[in-house]
Ligand binder design. Structure first.
Ligand code: HEM
Length: 135
């Protein structure tokens, strides 16, 4: 048996079209569903740059092309969120909106979708705890 390189999570999920669909749905939901109003309120009026940035981040993070990381050397979860009023409430809304977006894209039961959402929950609660400590 030859050693085949393992498919990355990015490839397993469906590559660029899958990431783009989830990210577009995520911001559309944030922009329109009152359940995410507090989360929407801490974002800029124009979500266009965020759509591109989150898609680029998730692409590299899931093992796809790393253009976002090359364009943003040193940027990390903590540095890109410092200065935003992240609370348990807005963190919960982020996680729920993202789970909702995966479900709307028929990726909620995908093994990689499940793993990503578990990690999002950990990252979001870490951000909320750090923000609470910073006061
Ligand atoms: C606690 C939950 C979270 C909240 C409340 C939150 C909120 C925000 C806000 C307010 C911004 C700036 C938006 C703007 O400039 O208009 C932002 C940027 C960003 N967030 Fe989050 N976020 C959360 C979790 C996450 C997670 C889990 C990820 C990645 C998996 C993520 C990835 C990003 C990226 C890539 C940017 C753009 C940074 C940039 O282009 O400078 N966020 N977030």
């Amino acid at each position: 048996m030859t050693d085949q390189p393992k498919a990355t999570p990015y490839e397993q999920l469906g590559g660029q079209p899958a990431i783009a669909a989830v990210v577009e749905r995520f911001y559309d939901l944030m922009d329109s569903d009152p359940a995410y109003a507090e989360l929407r309120a801490i974002h800029a009026a124009d979500l266009t740059p965020m759509r591109a940035s989150l898609a680029g981040f998730l692409t590299g993070w899931a093992g796809g092309p790393r253009d976002w990381f090359e364009a943003n050397p040193g940027k990390c979860m903590m540095s890109m969120h410092s200065g935003f009023p992240i609370t348990a409430e807005t963190a919960g809304q982020w996680v729920e909106a993202m789970a909702h977006a995966f479900a709307d894209c028929d990726l909620a039961d995908h093994p990689v979708g499940k793993l990503m959402n578990e990690r999002f929950e950990m990252m979001a609660s870490g951000l909320a705890r750090t923000a609470a400590m910073a006061g």
